[in-house]
Design a protein around this ligand. Structure first.
Ligand code: PLP
Ligand code: COI
Length: 355
């Protein structure tokens, strides 16, 4: 399929100070759009000026949330080139999410090509200041105009781009997390492993409660026993206890993070013991109290590697590793970002050049 390109007549001003970029507030000049209907399949792929959608108020996605999305980044290297980090994994995961949401799959090779073409058009929007990148948000929404509950027949696939800095205001400093036993994000057999808006809607109320109490994020426990750790609002979670890296096993209600997968692969490459298993939150609290060497960090595209310095569980607030960034947390952060920004060798072939 040929992608038609229509350039914007006027370009927006680029951010004046890249070091002040927050997350997801500024959008570039162009976007990618493509439509689906049962007769034509995915058709009419186009790069065109970024603009609002006009929608019938009865459009299905607005009522029943039938949608999926992805999050990945393009990085500017020190030499000035642009590269993506594991984009094929994101496109592959979007098709897994689509299957669970009854959305027709996209051709993965075509989607990568479309993404590269869009970034090429928007190459001047990829920031170069330390810690910045171009965040990429591919999304599919149900577009039938109908109020009955069923899977839509028609869809829109779009990609928007946003130059970003750190996701958390704390940057690479330890965040405080609140373990909730009152709320549940997802349960096995549900949609937890899909990147779909409903999972984020389900997290808002607890997130607000956490903020009111002074915590940055919610740490979710399993939806059945409320004992085992699942993940954090926008990232997967890792524990280090006496040199062993531990992360909750994928069980259907956790998002299979691409950063998570990369951390596990790096641990294996470095011969660091790394286990994917069920982890009770009490086990972590006890390990810290027993004076064992504990580190906690989150992993995600937006959050990168994010150290956790405080965990609140019930009435107890536990400080992790003196609220300092632990040595393994630092090592994973450095290696991952060095690969992403092209400062280090890429032993796994994770980066994908664009320009
Ligand atoms: N878990 C949730 C709920 C997320 O939103 C994200 C972010 O995408 C992650 C985990 C981390 O996934 P990834 O490393 O693929 O960005
Ligand atoms: C990401 O890390 O890409 C996310 O999607 C997290 C959040 C912004 C929803």
């Amino acid at each position: 399929m040929e992608i038609t390109i229509t350039k914007a007549k006027e370009l927006k001003p680029k951010p004046a100070d890249e070091s002040k970029l927050g997350f997801g507030q500024i959008f570039t000049d162009h976007m990618f759009n493509m439509d689906y209907n049962p007769a034509k399949g995915w058709h009419n792929p186009r790069i065109e000026p970024y603009k609002p959608f006009e929608m019938d108020p009865a459009t299905m996605v607005l009522h029943y949330g039938q949608a999926i999305f992805e999050g990945l980044k393009a990085y500017r290297t020190e030499k000035g080139n642009i590269q993506l980090f594991r984009p094929k994994e994101n496109i592959h995961r979007s098709n897994s999410s689509s299957r669970l949401l009854c959305i027709p799959e996209i051709d993965e090779r075509f989607a990568l090509d479309a993404l590269k073409q869009l970034i090429t058009v928007e190459k001047d929007w990829v920031p170069g200041a330390p810690g910045t990148s171009l965040y990429i948000r591919p999304t599919i929404i149900a577009t039938d105009v109908f109020l009955g509950v069923k899977a839509s027949d028609t869809y829109r696939f779009f990609i928007i781009l946003s130059p970003v800095g750190a996701y958390y205001p704390e940057g690479f400093n330890p965040v405080k997390i609140w373990v909730t036993t009152r709320h549940v994000r997802a349960v096995r057999g549900g949609l937890g492993e899909a990147k779909t808006p409903g999972n984020y809607a389900a997290s808002l109320y607890a997130g607000q409660q956490a903020h009111k109490k002074g915590y940055t994020q919610v740490l979710w426990l399993d939806g059945v026993e409320q004992r085992y750790v699942e993940e954090v609002g926008a990232m997967n979670i890792f524990f280090v206890i006496d040199g062993e890296v531990i992360t909750p096993a994928l069980n259907g209600s956790i998002l299979p993070g691409i950063t998570r997968n990369s951390v596990i692969a790096l641990a294996k490459l470095w011969n660091i013991p790394c286990t994917e298993r069920r982890v009770a939150i009490q086990e972590i609290i006890d390990a810290q109290k027993e004076g064992r060497k504990v580190e906690i960090f989150g992993s995600g595209t937006a959050a990168v590697i994010s150290p956790v310095g405080t965990v609140r569980f019930g009435d107890e607030e536990v400080t992790i590793g003196d609220n300092k960034v632990g040595p393994l947390t630092e090592r994973f952060y450095k290696e991952l970002t060095d690969i992403q920004y092209g400062r280090a060798e890429d032993p796994m072939g994770w980066t994908e050049p664009v320009l």
